[in-house]
Design a protein around this ligand. Structure first.
Ligand SMILES: Cc1cc2nc3c(=O)[nH]c(=O)nc-3n(C[C@H](O)[C@H](O)[C@H](O)COP(=O)(O)OP(=O)(O)OC[C@H]3O[C@@H](n4cnc5c(N)ncnc54)[C@H](O)[C@@H]3O)c2cc1C
Length: 524
């Protein structure tokens, strides 16, 4: 049993949790963050990739719209390398009501979300694949954001201020003495070791799992209603600007260009178990149909991957519990001292990845209110490590880097232009990582071949570097391929079937991966 001590323990290593641990550490608290798996493998790694301008919410949720507009500017300033400033368009297609555009503009003005109407011909000149029948078009300041880069750089900032980040540490109990929290008990899921962290405060940032953490502290049930949404990535960027339909928020009304792909989404259905999110084939078809309305011929492009995430929505008394689409995207902090008579525990829910920094500021302020102290929040003022001020991400960045190092390095993943040294450097930093942990930071295996070519190369490299023995290398490879398959089978049709058949021929036909030696127990 390992014993640690902190002022505050943050549960959950998604965008909210890392924002909170960064804020707490910057205010001088000894803070420890625990996540039951890798950072940003929950909702923050399974979202749509939109850095909201606020435009989406100007009519339905103006308060969230204003927060998004303000935080968009802050995130772009403090974590520019995680953001691509694509800009955004709201378009009225021939299927939509042109009068909604007036409500949209009026709402944007009121919510202080920069927006202006442009000639549809200009929108078409900018995005030639757009539906040529669009009736109206509005320009906004949407961007795209890489959730993994955002989370890892906020975590690095927190560490620079003395915070500890413990991934693969699952909270199994919140300890209390009478009416006060005294610590958390965790299980190290890599080693099986019990870890106890004594602390005076627990900040519950477990997203759609937050209700379980509150239960573990013996509180009344917290009404987190996970809203499941699916997204489908197409093999290349059909647009270079975020394209939204100018309608009241609905399913499949946003197309987001991010890195080498573009992503159509999302659906929104209440679910009970965020650990088991299905990707129904009919929802995939619904998304492809929705894409067709924005971009005629959308279905002719190749869908390469689908995934699902669960919005950590807090039940809203204004709408039915089954209507997650219309629950507020605003954030709420639950004070368990007021609600359950337990001091030292706060839960946060709702919000967006775009507003993660503000969510953190709110919950750390609420903690300080209970403690009767006050330190200024400085998270909007300081740029996170690894960022060059003002240098936002460009799709061409990796190509430039490979042109620079083409004579001294080797490309391991052609789809995502990941080099050998990028892989080896991260493996040296995280020798216990699974290939999916490395994928989230490097994007290896995320392009059109979905790991068909690069996965066996990274298994070979991992073994060659001495990080693992041959059995574990094969175990890691099998696990990686199985996980890729989860997002592949629901979209299999057309060219992607040919690709999957080719991948299978390489992986099974040539390498016979299923029959290579592998550990009896699969990796988590
Ligand atoms: C389909 C969909 C699309 C979205 N699109 C966008 C978008 O385009 N733009 C945008 O701004 N927002 C978007 N969002 C919202 C955004 O993704 C979420 O609001 C945000 O990622 C939530 O982050 P979080 O840190 O609160 O939760 P999470 O990222 O889910 O983090 C919670 C963490 O808690 C950990 N945890 C759970 N149980 C335990 C335990 N017992 N012990 C330790 N750790 C535990 C989990 O492993 C997880 O890492 C979208 C959401 C969905 C579902």
């Amino acid at each position: 049993m390992r014993k640690l001590r902190a002022d505050v323990v943050v549960v959950g290593g998604g965008s909210t949790g890392v924002g909170v641990v960064r804020d707490a550490a910057m205010r001088g608290y000894k803070a420890i963050l625990v996540d039951r798996a890798d950072l940003a493998q929950g909702t923050s790694g399974r979202f749509h990739g939109l850095l909201h301008s606020g435009g989406r919410y100007v009519v339905s949720d103006p308060e969230s719209a204003t927060e998004c507009a303000e935080e968009n500017a802050i995130v772009t300033r403090i974590q520019p390398h995680a953001v691509e400033t694509t800009g955004g368009l709201f378009v009225v297609t021939p299927h939509d009501d042109p009068a909604f555009g007036d409500q949209f503009l009026a709402g944007a003005l009121k919510a202080k979300v920069p927006a202006r109407e442009i000639d549809p011909a200009l929108a078409l000149a900018r995005e030639p694949r757009l539906n040529p029948g669009i009736l109206r078009a509005f320009e906004v300041e949407d961007g795209t954001v890489d959730g993994w880069q955002l989370v890892w750089s906020a975590a690095a900032s927190a560490q620079a201020y003395g915070a500890e980040i413990l991934s693969y540490h699952e909270v199994v109990a919140v300890e209390r003495t009478g009416e006060a929290v005294t610590g958390v008990r965790c299980l190290n899921r890599k080693t099986g070791e019990d870890v106890t962290i004594e602390c005076g405060f627990v900040l519950n940032c477990a997203g759609p799992w937050a209700g379980r953490i509150a239960n573990a502290a013996g509180c009344q049930p917290v009404d987190v209603v996970p809203g499941r949404g699916i997204m489908v990535a197409m093999a290349h960027r059909l647009v270079n600007t975020v394209v939204n339909r100018c309608i009241y928020p609905a399913d499949g009304d946003i197309l987001v260009p991010i890195h080498t792909v573009c992503v159509i989404g999302t659906t929104d259905h209440p679910t009970t178990d965020p650990d088991h999110l299905e990707i129904p084939r009919e929802e995939v078809q619904q998304m492809l149909d929705a894409g067709e309305e924005l971009i005629p011929g959308f279905r002719d492009a190749r869908a390469v991957h689908a995934w699902a995430g669960a919005r950590p929505l807090i039940k809203d008394k204004h709408v039915a519990a089954t209507d997650t689409r219309h629950m507020s995207r605003g954030m709420s902090v639950i004070d368990h001292r007021e609600r359950d008579g337990l001091s030292g525990l706060l839960t946060i829910g709702g919000g967006k990845l775009t507003t993660y920094r503000l969510m953190a500021e709110h919950i750390v302020n609420a903690m300080e209110e209970q403690l009767g102290v006050s330190h200024p929040c400085r998270t909007a003022d300081e740029i996170c490590p690894g960022n060059v001020p003002g240098k936002t991400y460009l799709i061409t960045d990796r190509l430039h880097e490979r042109e620079e190092d083409r004579l001294s390095d080797q490309i391991i993943c052609e789809c995502e232009l990941m080099s050998r040294s990028m892989f080896i450097d991260l493996l040296e930093k995280f020798p216990q990582a699974s290939f999916d942990d490395l994928r989230r930071q490097l994007r290896v295996g995320m392009g059109p071949c979905q790991g068909g070519f690069c996965s066996s190369r990274i298994a070979g490299l991992t073994f060659e570097e001495g990080a693992v023995d041959i059995e574990r290398a094969t175990g890691l490879l099998r696990l990686f391929l199985e996980n890729r398959w989860i997002g592949l089978w629901p979209i299999l049709s057309g060219d992607q079937v040919r690709q999957a058949a080719l991948d299978d021929w390489i992986i099974q036909g040539i390498l016979d991966v299923d029959h290579l030696p592998h550990p009896a127990k699969e990796e988590i």
